[in-house]
Write a protein that binds this ligand. Structure first.
Ligand code: S3P
Length: 165
């Protein structure tokens, strides 16, 4: 089985993906983690050195490779901004959009001191919400399932996904 998680930064893709993969006894893969292992630096450092367009190219290569395999795949929040990525995602049977209210993702992003997101660093709260709104229709476009995550525990979200797919 293959399940791909999409959603904005701070929607819980990595936490949920890891938990879901254990429940399903499947491999867990994360596009950001695969990229950082390849480039040998953090996403933030890569953005600073080479810029966002180069990062998006890497994301497309990695997405095409990883979606060849089974397992639970969590993706970077901006993966849907690229047309080629959307067309890969639209061909897959289980793409779950983790839908999170802005208040909640902002709170989570502020609390997360370990994963520095370059696009969060450079934006004020209302600009982050605007970025989310720009992308929202793309998440809907690629998703075969939508799971609301606001005010739910990771365990409850995982159960919902398992019922959906
Ligand atoms: C990004 C989201 C990040 C990471 C990069 C860009 C985005 O992943 O890929 O910082 O454009 O939304 P997460 O969604 O896991 O934070």
């Amino acid at each position: 089985m293959q399940i791909v998680l999409v959603g904005f930064m701070g929607s819980g893709k990595t936490t949920i993906g890891s938990l879901l993969s254990k429940e399903l006894n499947q491999l867990f893969i994360d596009t950001d983690e695969t990229i950082t292992n390849r480039i040998n630096m953090s996403v933030n450092e890569y953005f600073t050195l080479y810029g966002e367009p180069k990062f998006r190219q890497l994301e497309t290569t990695v997405l095409a490779e990883l979606t060849e395999n089974k397992g639970v795949l969590s993706t970077g929040g901006g993966i849907v901004t690229n047309e080629a990525n959307r067309s890969i995602l639209k061909q897959l049977p289980h793409v779950v959009y983790l839908k999170t209210a802005p208040d909640e993702f902002i709170r989570r992003l502020e609390a997360d001191k370990t994963n520095v997101r370059p696009l969060f660093l450079s934006r004020k709260t209302d600009e982050m919400i605007a970025l989310f709104q720009e992308r929202e229709s793309f998440y809907h476009e690629v998703a075969s399932h939508i799971v609301e995550t606001t005010n739910k525990t990771p365990e409850a979200i995982v159960l919902e996904i398992m019922k959906e797919v």
